[in-house]
Design a protein. Sequence first.
Length: 202
Amino acid sequence: MISRRSLLPGLALILFFLPAGLLKAQVAQDEVPEAVTLKSQYDEVQNRTRIYEGFRAIREDMFQAIKKQSLDSLIQAKQKNGALDSQLQQANTQIETLNAQLNEAHQERDQALAERNSISVLGKQINKNLYNGLLWSIIAGLVILAFLCIVLYRNAQRLSRQRAIDLNDMLEEYETYRKTSRERLEKITIEHFNEIKKLKGL
């Protein structure tokens, strides 16, 4: 048999919630709070219910409404989370694509700079600075060589003129010597002939 002492808490609970239960029974089903957020629904439940011995009594329709709202919020949160994950994946894909395009653009820029700073010589790409240095070195070498050729040519011309003058002087000296020698030979021959005649006359 159930003792009276065990029935007392139950009766007290029924008597405590009876006025509220009668009042709430009069509230129509369409008056169940449909708050916009879970917090406002929990606040409404907290305001419209009482606590007895650590327990809170809540109407079934209110519980179902807040349960539905909680599940809907959870589903929306999951859907939002999924949408955010999808957007994050799309953003990561776009970032990877942009990074690949950026790397390609950097490679094209580097190649364009290399082509702009180089020149093709005999089918080989040579840096323009190196090419300009070699070209100006060759030009400077050719100028120096031309200058040396001019100097050597002028020296050769001067030497040729000097040798021509020396040769003319030598020829004149030789001609003078030849004439002098012939005259001396003729004079010696005449003297010799005269001596012979004198000897024959003796």
